[in-house]
Design a protein around this ligand. Structure first.
Ligand code: THU
Length: 131
């Protein structure tokens, strides 16, 4: 599946967003390394800090379906009427399940930008063995 097909699935998911507080409707779609597709949208709450982003919802959906070994082959994220790259929290979660070949697609100036997880979050936090 190419990046525009994945972005179209992300856009479809964005229509399911629950975002009465920000009115920012975000959708994400990912293909796992096993070839399955998962989507997610942002879901907000009256207790604002409980909002969850579309990217993390898609990733957690994939983990729930495939288990802990799930790896992201590619992920697209879009917002209806806005252009933006994944937030910092989502970059860290993407890094947890990305491989060096993983690409993240989003829109900038009307064009698709495709970056690796390492390019999105250089030096992501990882637990190292204690000394
Ligand atoms: N949001 C996402 O879904 N993904 C991001 O990468 C950035 C922000 C959502 C969270 C919140 O519901 C709304 O967009 C405004 O921040």
């Amino acid at each position: 599946m190419d990046s525009s097909a994945l972005i179209a699935l992300a856009e479809k998911a964005a229509h399911h967003a629950y975002s009465p507080y920000s009115n920012f409707k975000v959708g994400a779609a990912l293909i796992s390394s096993s070839g399955s597709v998962y989507t997610g949208c942002n879901v907000e709450n009256a207790s604002y800090g409980l909002a969850i982003c579309a990217e993390r919802n898609a990733i957690f959906h994939a983990i729930a379906a495939e288990g802990a070994g799930m790896k992201i082959h590619s992920l697209a994220v879009i917002a209806l009427g806005h252009e933006f790259p994944p937030c910092g929290a989502c970059r860290q979660v993407i890094a947890e399940f990305a491989q060096s070949s993983t690409h993240i697609h989003f829109l900038q100036d009307g064009k698709v930008v495709s970056l690796t997880s390492e390019a999105l979050l250089p030096g992501a936090f990882a637990l190292s063995p204690s000394p």
